[in-house]
Design a protein around this ligand. Structure first.
Ligand code: NAD
Ligand code: LMR
Length: 328
């Protein structure tokens, strides 16, 4: 029998957890490979009770690929032997807040969790979703001995998906016709969604959508501010779309990326496209399907785009300064 894959999810009793867990267990993400879910949430009786309820519903789905469920309030138990750890558990922002406002409240969570991640399997990969995710990822990776920084990612796939949907809508085509959209920098209002290299079908996006003012203005702003717009509309932050992006991220890293394709994730900066070292910044990457990834090289960016990328990376350097006492 195939060895089950152990997958940890933190904040598993929360709203993203509720959209995420069923798709991890169902076979959609890991194919026929059996999955053991190791679910962490806070040591608060009502929260643990809600977590039990989620575990009961997972059982009731009868997924053939679900080989076990562990519920716990102890990160050492949750991360024991895991190949993937999805760090969702943390406070979401409310109306009127910036994601960076959460930094001093959520940041400390990722110290203890970073340390406990040393208990992961040798092929451990970590996706940080909890905001501000790039800097929380830096805290977790910095506190985790023995696991290479390249095994940690922060989620910007939701921003890429949002950018694709905006372009498709403007061009009157389906999402499937859009490719080569990359998100650079921070998962914040400063992020830069690149349309200069984007393709619609076989054509450059900018030759299909000729409205350059829209591309540089409304398009970029819509992606940058989409999280806020969802909070204003729903009263709560995005959840189903965030979970869907996390599934996309895991699936795309599990598989070998098809030739000529790429996707966005915040990774340990290797200096590409002028990114400063020592931060987790979003870049276009491809996966080798064996646990490794490469940053896509050689994309042509105008000086206007390069300046946007410089600014979003500057913001990441300032966030790092704010949490420097949490880094090892
Ligand atoms: P939620 O409040 O519904 O759920 C969060 C869960 O985390 C709760 O069950 C809470 O008890 C738990 N939690 C809090 N601290 C914890 C800890 N130390 N250990 C384990 N669990 C803990 O929130 P949500 O809507 O699920 O959002 C979770 C996070 O994801 C937020 O920070 C939000 O801003 C972020 N988010 C990121 C993206 C992205 O694209 N990167 C998208 C959407 C949301
Ligand atoms: C999002 O992009 O929807 C999340 O990061 C939640 C938020 O605070 O915007």
């Amino acid at each position: 029998m195939t060895q089950p894959i152990r997958v940890a999810v933190t904040g598993a009793a929360g709203q993203i957890g509720y959209s995420l867990l069923f798709r991890l267990a169902s076979g959609e993400t890991f194919g026929n490979r059996p999955v053991i879910l190791q679910l962490l949430d806070l040591p608060i009786p009502e929260v643990q009770k809600a977590l039990q309820g989620v575990a009961m519903e997972l059982q009731d789905c009868g997924f053939k690929t679900l080989a076990g469920i562990v519920t716990t309030d102890d990160p050492n138990v949750a991360f024991d032997g895991v190949s993937w750890s999805l760090l969702v558990g943390s406070k979401p922002r409310g109306p009127g807040m910036a994601r960076a406002d959460l930094i001093r409240e959520n940041g400390p969570i990722f110290i203890g969790q970073g340390q406990a991640l040393e208990r992961g399997a040798s092929d451990l990969r970590v996706l940080v979703v909890g905001n501000p995710c790039n800097t929380n990822c830096l805290i977790a990776a910095s506190n985790c001995n023995g696991v290479p920084k390249e095994r940690f990612f922060a989620m910007t796939r939701l921003d890429e998906n949002r950018a694709i949907a905006q372009l498709a809508n403007k061009a009157g085509v389906t999402n499937a016709e859009i490719k080569h959209v990359s998100v650079f920098g921070n998962h914040s209002e400063s992020m830069y969604p690149d349309f200069e290299n984007a393709m619609i079908g076989k054509k450059k996006a900018a030759s299909v959508i000729k409205d350059r003012k829209w591309l540089r203005g409304e398009f970029v702003a819509a992606v940058q501010n989409r999280g806020k717009a969802i909070i204003q509309a729903r009263g709560k932050s995005s959840a189903a779309s965030a979970a869907s992006a996390a599934i996309d991220h895991v699936k795309d890293l599990e598989a070998k990326t098809a030739r000529g394709q790429w996707f966005s994730a915040a990774v340990w900066s290797d200096g590409s496209y002028g990114s400063p070292l020592g931060i987790y910044t979003s870049l276009p990457i491809t996966s080798d399907g064996k646990g490794g990834y490469s940053v896509v090289q050689g994309l042509k960016l105008s000086s206007w785009a390069q300046e946007k990328i410089r600014l979003t990376n500057e913001e990441l350097l300032s966030e790092r300064e704010v949490v420097k006492d949490l880094l090892k």
